[in-house]
Design a protein around this ligand. Structure first.
Ligand code: GLN
Ligand code: ZN
Length: 765
């Protein structure tokens, strides 16, 4: 009998119940008790679904009111000392103050969970951190599930991953290991008392490049778990863990979960060496994507495993279903074909049920289900909606396109100077201006059909005109249209490209109560007609200053969508690149001199293991170049990146050969620029000097100081002055004030530069 389980279930609820309860609680409109009830109801529902699908276990401990890593900080009594919460159990307000900050303390730091778009709260450790188990909330959830009579498999994030993901101010993180592992051991013992048979212990960092000290940390921590405890299923995901196979196999655990969607090749290694008593949990259903599983293919993989391992084979999705939407049940606008190709969390539970039944009772026992699945797989594979011969032919002929710009950068730069006639240290912004209540109201009315497309269009033009006037008054040099017409930088383009489809409820948690609804790339991508040309041409008609064309780059389009799994990601990226290339060409033909291709997610797509970086960077750079190389020498290509670590990919960024890169730097106080300076980045750079995440208005003195640091490492002739990122979340008053200071900063620095004081004054700053 194959056992079935999941690593975790999405927390938000099919109708985002948790989001709405959380936000009501934060506003003071919902009591703590009602919020707890929402949590309880959701959990009970999730377990019921797992039971209905016949899973061998229901998974508990995966729910969180904000984030599971934060919950572990609380569980082990490691709330940062600065919040003053030591020595008492936390109530709801205490808990959320850690995640969201309060009047006295800024929130704990948040960062991306591996290569997903989920953000976790970074454990904040310092020399004073003392771990002390505070298991009430965690055990309460398990007890709920136990009381309802389920076979419960709780989940914990393992101690080594917890520490690895944390940040320590003044102590070596590994110095905490013994103390923390000791507290885990106490908890394991408590689970044993509750007659829990299996615990899922997640150690996702095993998919990363680990040095010897972290590998040793596993031996050290897990050697503490030899006491009375449930059996341990060590869970890994997001990449192969085959290279640490001998180290992992020596750990005192009772089984391993492998991500066989991301890294199917590791199965062979593991089958050859799996310790005799261990179970193998085969993650064969994609927990990161929304495509229906090819059940025949999965069965072909699983049948020999079942033969070999018998009871020791478990079947599961590749990773927690946290990264997929809840259910297709409420998707009323997808046609039946499209719907049949997809599987959200609930449909994945059903796939597990079918797979297990087929293994246990033979394929005939689920003949109907398999037939339905097969029909859907075949319909998708052969669909004319998925495959465009024109796109494929164009892709096959890529080698006939010159992926380089016609001239080298210094030559292009001369053209730009002649055409644009910009001052030293030109000022610009990243693209979006405040998405005001009026803009949102107009869009909502348009979507509901309350106003006509013509009215909507006229409204948007008015907002664009307003943005242009503001920028002219402020004295900015290169203007933007403000992106009023864009709800989202990916959705806006996805809606106009062939190969994209949108769901109504395909929400995935991003952080806390925030969810994103990634569009779905299901087919060959192309651009049926120009997407932004009319609007940019309109904006340009309003001013004598250059207005930037504003596009989203191929890698970001890919990274923030659910991507088709029937061809390599790079193929889809190149298709997107060609579509954007067409748009770049049309924009320049319409007389637009400056075109920005945003790639904020460029770094995010980087593989978890360094050995795979070169391949990714090669195609990601190629996609950008393909999109931009159609630009003539006098067209200035910008790109924009933000909120990532760029120093280790500077070479690749330089290879993109954008004429100008604007990049977020103000939060790190220009540290990033050291990298650009040392590496001597060859083209122009606009380091962000205004942190757009805060309503705070940076002063001229402050911005000047930041720019001086930039000028110390990058020649002034190659610098631009701009904010960190788009201004869509800001209000107009603070935006205006901050941009005024930014323009004044530029003027001050220009006069210093021109009065020849530049060397002594600036380079010594
Ligand atoms: N052009 C986009 C904007 O200004 C860029 C957003 C981003 O970098 N995420 O909003
Ligand atoms: Zn940005």
């Amino acid at each position: 009998m194959a056992r079935t389980h999941i690593l975790g279930y999405p927390r938000m609820g099919a109708k985002r119940e948790l989001k709405f309860s959380l936000e009501a609680f934060w506003k003071g409109e919902l009591s703590a008790e009602s919020l707890q009830t929402t949590g309880q109801t959701l959990r009970a529902g999730h377990w019921k679904k797992q039971q209905n699908a016949g899973l061998s276990f229901v998974t508990a401990g995966d729910f969180s009111f904000y984030d599971h890593v934060l919950d572990h900080s609380v569980l082990f009594g490691a709330a940062p000392g600065r919040f003053g919460l030591q020595g008492r159990p936390l109530n709801e307000n205490d808990y959320f103050s850690l995640a969201r900050g309060n009047a006295a303390q800024p929130a704990m730091e948040m960062t991306k969970w591996f290569d997903t778009n989920y953000h976790f709260i970074v454990p904040e450790l310092d020399a004073d951190t003392v771990f002390s188990l505070t298991p009430q909330d965690y055990l309460k959830q398990l007890d709920e599930a136990l009381a309802a009579g389920f076979e419960v498999k709780p989940v914990l994030l393992g101690p080594v991953s917890y520490l690895y993901l944390g940040k320590s101010k003044n102590a070596d993180k590994l110095d905490f290991l013994d103390a923390l592992a000791g507290q885990y051991a106490v908890l394991l013992n408590e689970l044993q008392r509750r007659k829990i048979t299996w615990l899922q212990i997640d150690e996702p960092i095993l998919a990363l490049d680990l040095d010897e000290s972290w590998l040793n940390a596993f031996d050290q921590a897990y050697s503490r778990f030899k006491t009375e405890r449930p059996k341990l299923l060590l869970t890994t995901y997001f990449d192969s863990v085959a290279r640490y196979q001998d180290r992992i196999a020596a750990l005192p655990v009772d089984g391993i979960h492998l991500d066989l969607v991301r890294a199917p090749e590791q199965l062979e290694t593991w089958l050859a060496t799996l310790p005799e008593e261990w179970v193998l949990s085969a993650g064969v259903i994609d927990g990161r994507n929304i495509w229906r599983n090819d059940l025949d293919k999965s069965l072909a993989l699983l049948a020999p495993l079942a033969e070999k391992l018998g009871e020791r084979l478990w079947i599961a999705p590749s990773c927690s279903l946290l990264h997929t939407p809840v259910t297709l049940a409420h998707e009323t606008l997808l046609d039946s074909d499209m719907k049949s190709w997809l599987a959200f969390a609930d449909e994945k539970l059903e796939e597990l049920r079918i797979l297990a039944k087929a293994l246990d009772h033979g394929a005939q026992s689920v003949a109907d289900e398999l037939a339905v699945s097969r029909a859907a797989i075949n319909s998708r594979a052969g669909s004319g909606r998925v495959h465009s011969q024109t796109v494929k032919a164009r892709l096959a002929a890529l080698d006939q396109i010159n992926e380089n710009r016609a001239a080298v950068f210094p030559e292009r730069q001369a053209h730009h100077h002649a055409r644009l006639n910009l001052p030293l240290l030109p000022t610009s912004t990243i693209g979006s201006f405040p998405q005001t209540a009026e803009i949102r109201a107009s869009r909502a009315a348009f979507k509901k059909g309350d106003i006509s497309p013509e009215q909507y269009d006229a409204d948007m033009k008015q907002h664009i005109q307003y943005a242009i006037r503001q920028q002219e008054q402020l004295g900015l040099d290169v203007l933007v249209h403000g992106e009023a017409e864009r709800n989202d930088m990916v959705e806006y383009f996805g809606e106009q490209l062939a190969g994209y489809v949108f769901t109504q409820n395909g929400w995935v948690q991003s952080y806390g109560s925030r969810c994103v609804k990634p569009p779905v790339i299901y087919g060959d991508v192309y651009r049926p007609s120009p997407m932004t040309v009319d609007i940019i041409r309109y904006a340009q008609s309003l001013t004598g200053k250059p207005v930037k064309g504003m596009l989203t780059g191929p890698v970001t389009m890919l990274q923030w969508s659910f991507v088709r799994d029937d061809q390599p990601r790079e193929t889809t990226a190149l298709q997107l690149a060609l579509a954007i290339r067409d748009e770049v060409d049309d924009l320049q033909k319409a007389g637009i001199a400056v075109i920005q291709i945003d790639e904020p997610a460029f770094r995010e797509g980087l593989p978890l293991q360094r050995a795979n970086w070169a391949h990714y960077l090669a195609w990601a750079v190629r996609a950008f170049k393909l999109a931009s190389s159609i630009a003539g020498n006098s067209t200035q290509i910008h790109t924009h990146m933000c909120y990532s670590e760029f120093n280790d990919i500077l070479q690749a960024i330089a290879k993109m050969d954008a004429d100008v890169i604007t990049i977020e730097t103000s939060r790190s106080r220009m540290e990033l620029l050291d990298g650009f300076g040392k590496f001597s980045y060859p083209n122009e750079i606009g380091p962000g000097i205004y942190d757009i995440h805060s309503p705070r208005i940076p002063s001229v003195a402050e911005m000047e100081q930041l720019m001086r640091r930039a000028m110390a490492v990058i020649p002034v002739e190659r610098l631009w002055i701009n904010p960190d990122c788009g201004l869509k979340t800001r209000g107009w008053p603070e935006t205006r004030a901050a941009l005024q200071n930014m323009v004044d900063t530029a003027r001050n620095l220009r006069s210093i530069a021109s009065s020849e004081k530049i060397k002594n004054h600036i380079y010594s700053a």
